[in-house]
Design a protein around this ligand. Sequence first.
Ligand code: PGA
Length: 248
Amino acid sequence: MYAANWKMNMSAGDAADFADKAKAWIARHHELQNYIVICPSFPFILPLAIELGNSGIITGAQNCSEFPHGAYTGQVSAKQLADVGAMFCIVGHNECRSLLHESSDAIGKKVSLLFEHAINPIVCVGETAFEFEQHQTLTILEQQLAPIIKAIKSAQSIPHEFIIAYEPVWAIGTGKTPEPQTLENVFSWILSHMQSKAPSIQKIRILYGGSVDSLNAKSFKHIKGLGGFLIGGASLDFQKFKNIVGLD
Ligand code: PGA
């Protein structure tokens, strides 16, 4: 899976242009259908979902409220996202954890609401540079995953495939990436942790995110346990995005 996180970038015109090109591209690559997810800013979700139709490219969101509805000015609910055609939603992105002070508990609530509305969460986890240096990665991931596991356990229904994006904070937008062996160890830990704590999940897909480009994507593709990428900066340019996928 290749998920594009456009963050607070792209105009309505840029988004439409990207969608046009992406549709023509996927028409030549049926094998990519349902493996490409584009997460624009809220105002572009509906037009993008309409434009992409049933092309096989999926529209997602970058966040949702931890509340179901009500007096929460500026927030967007999981239900509203479902209404406008979002099928995936990034939650727990480090920029939301650090800039908006979102807690892991709030992120667990978002996951529950997304489950209720049949939106597939893309749960982001990752440690800071300091935590990495202190060898605390797995402790941090365990803390971040605890409310997610709780949400899974109390859910009425969960998606067939549960998606976790491992995004070390120190790799986001910095040009730095972890060593392949580090990634393999982290992926294997996430997989066995989730399998033992949330056995109701049938399938877990682990994405890597943080300064993904065509070069490192190529070298990471064979890492055991990797199920795709969450791509920020390089997803804003359609050619760069295509180069990461590796199909012209
Ligand atoms: P980046 O962002 O690819 O620009 O590092 C990834 C992300 O924040 O999801």
